[in-house]
Design a protein around this ligand. Structure first.
Ligand SMILES: Nc1nc2c(ncn2[C@@H]2O[C@H](COP(=O)(O)OP(=O)(O)OP(=O)(O)O)[C@@H](O)[C@H]2O)c(=O)[nH]1
Ligand SMILES: C[S@@+](CC[C@H](N)C(=O)[O-])C[C@H]1O[C@@H](n2cnc3c(N)ncnc32)[C@H](O)[C@@H]1O
Ligand code: SF4
Ligand code: SF4
Length: 314
């Protein structure tokens, strides 16, 4: 289905929880989130019902996200239910990777096609400081488990943060030499805890090209401009929501774990879906697509959404 700007909307980012086992400094406050009542969050059945309605409205790809999706109990059951929806072409998941040692295999068996793993630093001390609760070791074990479970085309998402990880650009890019991975760099978007951070922490993704002159452009994919080192097995991606926004080509809608449809990551507008079923649910999804905001306004001000990123899912 097309929105009022003529964009085809076929990609749903579905958040299964706002909870997380990490507290990344730019994403969540140190104290975490107020624990909600279990009933405030969509049940597995409600998530599957919304996903099926979205597919009837033209969605072909679903990406599960969080918070951290892997902390959600019953996630493999949900994946199995989603995989059985006729017309769904791709089921993907974005994760911090820490729980993949236990869950990579069950998720693969449940039909998840592809994983994107967030990884902001390769230094154990920095990792612990940025995530406040995590260890790099867990994520490295998670990556091994994902490969052993048969996940291919892994992508890694690194949020570029000036003064934190910009001296690791080369290390990340070099991983693409020996591994068939896409190493992606994402511009930090001003929202939630990082909205007021010093301007020099927000770097344009071009910084990567300035540091790595060897990178050669290859075909873009989704929202990522892509590059490759000569002879490398993997690729490098740049995602520039701030400096080169990709709103004109946006194909996404989002549903939050508390059941609100968001036409745009950065907009305040939300459509409540809870309690709707059948045609009424489908009509609400269509309304959300039709009224999808045209673009964000991050070059003029911080994000308009009052939510932190863990309450949306990226
Ligand atoms: N501004 C903006 N940023 C987005 C949007 N979608 C994803 N991002 C950011 O881009 C980063 C990468 O997103 P992923 O979760 O890996 O998903 P993806 O890029 O759609 O993944 P692929 O399906 O592999 O192309 C995350 O940090 C997101 O916050 C969007 O619609 N708008
Ligand atoms: C909110 S997390 C949810 C999924 C999972 N917990 C993870 O970290 O992959 C999704 C992605 O959003 C990114 N993210 C969070 N806050 C961001 C911000 N302010 N700007 C850019 N990316 C952000 C994270 O780094 C992560 O790659
Ligand atoms: S970025 Fe992901 S892992 Fe980090 S706090 Fe946010 S939801 Fe959790
Ligand atoms: S900011 Fe909004 S319109 Fe722009 S790409 Fe992201 S979700 Fe789409």
């Amino acid at each position: 289905m097309r929105d009022s700007c003529g964009r085809t909307i076929d990609y749903l980012r579905l958040s299964v929880t706002d909870l997380c086992n990490y507290r990344c400094q730019y994403c969540m406050p140190p104290e975490g989130v107020e624990k909600r009542l279990h009933s405030d969050i969509l049940s597995i059945e409600e998530l599957a019902e919304i996903a099926a309605a979205a597919v009837r409205c033209g969605v072909k790809k679903i990406r599960l996200t969080g918070g951290e999706p892997l902390v959600r109990r019953g996630l493999p059951d949900l994946c199995r239910m989603l995989r059985a929806i006729p017309g769904l072409a791709e089921l993907c998941l974005t994760t911090n990777g820490s729980l993949l040692p236990q869950l990579a295999r069950p998720l693969r068996d449940a039909g998840v096609d592809r994983l994107n793993i967030s990884l902001d630093t390769l230094r154990p001390d920095r990792f612990a400081a940025m995530t406040r609760l995590g260890t790099l070791q867990d994520v490295l074990a998670g990556i091994k488990a994902a490969e052993a479970a048969g996940f291919r085309n892994l992508k890694f998402d690194t949020v570029l943060i000036g003064g934190f990880n910009d001296d690791e650009i080369e290390d990340f890019v070099n991983l693409s030499r020996e591994h068939p991975w896409e190493m992606r760099f994402i511009e930090l978007m001003p929202m939630g805890p990082c909205a007021g951070w010093d301007r020099n922490r927000f770097l344009p993704a071009e910084t990567v090209l300035d540091r790595m002159a060897e990178l050669e452009p290859i075909e873009a994919q989704g929202v990522a401009r892509r590059y490759q080192l000569p002879g490398a097995l993997g690729t490098v991606g740049l995602i520039s929501p701030v400096s080169h926004d990709f709103c004109a080509d946006c194909r996404r809608i989002r549903v939050t774990a508390d059941g609100k449809l968001k036409g745009c990551l950065h907009s305040r507008e939300e459509i409540p879906l809870r309690g709707l079923h059948g045609q009424a649910l489908e009509d609400a999804v269509r309304r959300g697509i039709l009224h999808k905001p045209e673009r964000h306004h991050l070059t003029e001000r911080s994000s308009d959404t009052p939510r932190n990123m863990n309450q949306i899912g990226g």
